[in-house]
Design a protein. Sequence first.
Length: 156
Amino acid sequence: MTTGIDFRPARVDGGEGGALVQAMRDEIAAIYDGQALDGPEMPKAGPAELSPPGGAFIVGWRDGEPICCGGIKRLPDGACEIKKMFVTPATRGQGVARALLAALEDLAREVGYTVVRLDTGPRQPHAQRLYESEGYAPIANFNANPVASFFGEKAL
């Protein structure tokens, strides 16, 4: 049921993109209670990282409603990282996350990346299963994210 998703450029810090990112942050804070999500040890993924030329951020719309978001950011070695990937609870289990991941990979290719990386935490096994099913191979910790337990990489 992923047809009908329209992915559009957006801001990570305002509008519908900002609202989705806040919902994601609230959910992550509940899942990982006690973790300092805004601490200095956390990987950065704000407007500076998720904007051109090396980054981008998109929101997926269906039936006039924003239902998902995600972005890419440049890594020091020339690869990119998928960040802020979020699907609204009401649209989960409908293939939206898989469509969003594909859209982010397409966006990474458009920007010129040939390798994409991502991570997820131990309390999000569904995310790890999605990433592995889409060809992300486990790699070493590349971004020092203290919340993550799975780090994956895929050649585009």
